[in-house]
Design a protein around this ligand. Structure first.
Ligand SMILES: [Fe+2]
Ligand SMILES: [Fe+2]
Length: 270
């Protein structure tokens, strides 16, 4: 049982919440209305939605695949209990987008949208961070393990969930607000977002705790955050070039930076 004090919800409380709140079923969302709306868009407009959904889908599959490294190596039992719910939820998030492609957008090669600015952060670098945990565990390197777990949390919860996904949700909010279409897509996003709230609370709490107890981790985590901040405009450009849906790219970019500042603050870095 965790003996740490928590300013937010404890891992055990988050686990308890997940048992009742994290059990929504992506297969039960009726996508008929969205399918009708899809047919009303032109190819370019459809392309912008496909691009965003493809990045989300690839991201959700990748985080589902890598989170097991983190779960198996984290010493605290309550955190492992919570992380077992998180893996289940990430898999369901991927399932939601998989269904959305099958039933609304049609067959899409989602990997084709993984340009380097996204493929690195969502897939390759995240996998490397997971493998660094695995290597430290199997070779018994306790010092390396602490840093590997911390950098994994900064990358996964701080950047992928706490900056990229949180910003991406706003794209879908804007889409519905502007077009009055795709209510079921937004319904799925809101359910995903509620799950992600727990993932983020847990992850940022862990990150802050690690940096507090190991001040030497602060610098590598800061470096990671600053490198990712530099990529924000390029990632934003990819989603908004072209911008046939006419969504507010400036607003989305500002949200991205605001999320970045907030995550660094939660980690105790500014
Ligand atoms: Fe997710
Ligand atoms: Fe998540």
């Amino acid at each position: 049982m965790s003996t740490a004090t928590h300013s937010t919800k404890s891992p055990r409380q988050l686990y308890t919440m997940a048992k009742t709140l994290g059990i929504w079923d992506p297969a039960k969302i009726d996508l008929t209305e969205d399918k009708v709306h899809w047919g009303k868009l032109n190819l370019e407009q459809q392309g912008q939605i496909i691009k965003t959904c493809a990045l989300f889908y690839e991201g959700e599959v990748s985080v589902s695949d890598t989170l097991a490294w983190f779960m198996l190596a984290i010493p605290d039992l309550d955190r492992r209990m919570f992380l077992s719910t998180q893996i289940f939820e990430e898999v369901k998030h991927a399932e939601f987008f998989e269904r959305y492609f099958q039933e609304v957008c049609g067959k899409v090669d989602t990997a084709a949208y993984l340009v380097p600015d996204y493929k690195g952060v969502l897939l390759d670098e995240l996998r490397s961070r997971g493998e660094a945990i695995g290597k430290a565990v199997t070779t018994g390197q306790t010092d390396a393990l602490g840093l590997a777990l911390t950098l994994f949390a900064a990358h996964y919860m701080g950047v992928v969930e706490g900056i990229m996904a949180l910003t991406g949700y706003e794209f879908f909010e804007d889409l519905l607000a502007k077009t009055g279409m795709f209510p079921r897509l937004l319904e799925g996003i809101q359910l995903i977002r509620a799950d992600e709230g727990r993932h983020l609370v847990h992850g940022m709490d862990y990150l802050r705790e690690q940096i507090q107890s190991h001040p030497e981790y602060a610098e590598p985590v800061r470096e990671l955050f600053m490198r990712e901040a530099a990529a924000i405009p390029r990632r934003n450009n990819f989603v908004f070039t072209p911008n046939p849906l006419g969504l507010d790219r400036e607003r989305i970019q500002e949200i991205s930076y605001a999320n970045h500042v907030q995550r660094m603050r939660e980690a105790g870095l500014n």
